[in-house]
Design a protein around this ligand. Sequence first.
Ligand code: HEM
Ligand code: HEM
Length: 135
Amino acid sequence: MSKITVWFIKSAMVYFVLAIVVGLHMAASGTTYPYMPIHAHLNLLGWISMMIYGVGYHILPRFSGRPLYSDRLAEWQFWLANIGLVGMSLGWVIRSYSSCHICHKHAQNNKGCHTSACGKIKPAIRQGMYGYNHT
Ligand code: HEM
Ligand code: HEM
């Protein structure tokens, strides 16, 4: 097997283990789970797609009877796919800590948005707009 096939298959296996860990954590958690897209994409892009890329790089040149156009290009694809998946996953982690999510949490805890900082700012803006409209 070529170097690139081994890299893809090894990373697919690492993502599969990570996806299972996130999946089990999700199954054990409550109904709202902000990391569901991470589980989904570690599985679909990390496990399934990386495995397909790796196996594809092995069998497609054999099916076509022609060598790869460029090994360099395949290495670029490997790094971009990995950086993209890890970056996207980190993005979802960051999003889960965004103010929007905090608002959602307040709402779910039945505290309502009014107790939170953004809950105090919003009525202030509303009053301001109302006042502006009526002057
Ligand atoms: C031990 C293995 C796994 C566990 C424990 C697990 C667990 C879960 C759980 C708890 C959910 C949330 C379901 C919901 O609340 O609607 C979920 C969603 C999902 N899982 Fe897994 N899963 C596993 C393996 C896989 C595999 C192998 C794949 C794909 C190859 C996969 C793809 C997905 C996708 C795409 C979703 C999102 C579905 C949606 O958008 O509604 N999972 N998984
Ligand atoms: C460059 C590649 C991809 C990008 C940038 C991407 C991006 C996204 C985004 C932004 C969401 C919405 C997540 C949310 O806000 O909750 C999503 C959901 C989803 N994507 Fe992708 N995706 C990619 C590849 C794929 C692939 C290859 C598959 C399937 C083979 C897939 C299957 C899904 C599924 C099933 C959902 C719903 C899962 C959930 O609700 O958590 N995606 N994707």
